[in-house]
Design a protein around this ligand. Structure first.
Ligand code: PLP
Ligand code: COI
Length: 354
């Protein structure tokens, strides 16, 4: 990696590491001692800094707050048996960050700033990378518009920040999910393929409604007909139907998940037939009824591989197979964990040692 960025470093003299309880750590609530910050001003990226994690002073007029120009990424760093720290497929997150930036009329960020900012932050906060199984250091790069101006137009100024948060599994049990047929996460011509704040904001109300009905999560369907499965919550969704691994093909309305791509590669490597195509609600429900749907699971950086135990659709609840019988998804999840944690050969070159 090129090491050319001049980063000003201010060390946190009040580390919270010693008093942090790493057991049963909740997702995204604890942050490491430092953060990486950069500014986009006068058409260029500047002011590269590592600072103690904490509040960032800003005007209440910043356009991110009013008009939502905000994008983010999520990736994880793992501690390998050698003691080295590896970030899983950060190149894919970097690519997607700039795809999101483009769509939201924000400046793209050079690879050097993204990667070196993250690597420097990790090196400052190395001791925060958890050692327990299924735990990792979650990395959250975010960029938001900082013009203090109420005109509706793309901002001229932006801030890029990277936060790091030690974390365990997002979900700890198989989910009861509802196939959503009223609200949508994304639509053609929209921003579903971008990892932008508004996609999450619009999902909160339908999610809360589903929770009131006793569901843990939603399966999103297409906005035009509600007859095609798209994603599940903040994760992609996969099924094993008739022994084949099927998932929605990525497109305008679906986030091109790194975990999704990884699982497809591992499945193909194992000789499993993978179909990336339009997935109909009808075939999933038929498979749940006749037993050909043997596995259903959500995949994402935070979610990792989370089993779906029950599917609700149009007032009916379909009970899926017991998680212990799901050899395809659990086999792939095991291999994925072993690769990420340095316990199996990294044959695809996914681990980036920082
Ligand atoms: N879909 C949405 C809407 C997400 O927020 C995420 C999480 O990042 C994913 C899918 C899964 O993507 P990845 O595997 O890159 O984390
Ligand atoms: C991730 O998996 O990184 C996500 O972005 C999901 C998150 C919104 C909880």
């Amino acid at each position: 990696m090129i090491d050319t960025l001049q980063i000003k470093i201010t060390k946190n003299s009040n580390s919270r590491l010693a008093e942090t309880e790493f057991k049963d750590i909740p997702f995204g609530k604890i942050f490491t001692d430092h953060m990486f910050v950069a500014d986009f001003e006068d058409g260029e990226w500047k002011n590269f800094e590592i600072l103690p994690y904490g509040p960032i002073p800003m005007s209440p007029a910043i356009s991110a707050l009013h008009y939502g120009q905000a994008i983010f990424e999520g990736m994880k760093a793992y501690r390998l048996p050698s003691g080295e720290i590896s970030i899983f497929r950060a190149d894919k997150n970097f690519e997607r960050f700039n795809i999101s930036a483009d769509r939201m009329a924000m400046p793209t960020i050079p690879e050097e700033i993204f990667m070196q900012g993250i690597a420097t932050l990790i090196n400052m906060d190395r001791d925060w990378v958890p050692t327990q199984e299924n735990y990792a250091l979650y990395l959250r790069p975010v960029m938001f518009a900082t013009d203090d101006s109420l005109g509706v137009r793309a901002s001229s100024n932006y801030k890029f920040v990277v936060l790091a948060s030690p974390t365990g599994p997002y979900y700890t049990k198989a989910l009861k999910v509802k196939i959503e047929t009223k609200y949508t996460r994304a639509n053609e011509g929209g921003v579903g393929y971008a990892k932008t704040a508004g996609n999450y904001a619009r999902s909160l109300y339908p999610f809360a409604q589903a929770q009131k009905e006793g569901f843990d999560q939603l399966i999103w369907t297409d906005s035009a007909t509600h007859s095609f499965v798209e994603e599940s919550g903040a994760a992609n969704v996969m099924f094993v139907l008739d022994g084949k691994l099927i998932t929605a093909a990525v497109g305008e309305t679906i986030l091109n998940g790194v975990t999704r791509d990884t699982i497809i590669a591992l499945a193909k490597d194992k000789g499993i037939t993978v179909e990336e195509r339009k997935v109909t609600v009808a075939e999933i429900i038929a498979g749940a009824k006749n037993g050909t749907l043997t596995e259903a699971f959500a995949v994402g950086t935070a979610a990792t591989v989370t089993q779906i135990g029950e599917i609700g659709y149009e007032g009916e609840l379909y009970q899926l197979s017991d998680s212990s019988t799901r050899t395809i998804s659990t086999g792939i999840a095991k291999e994925l964990n072993e690769i990420r944690n340095g316990l199996a050969a990294d044959k695809f070159g996914w681990n980036w040692i920082v």
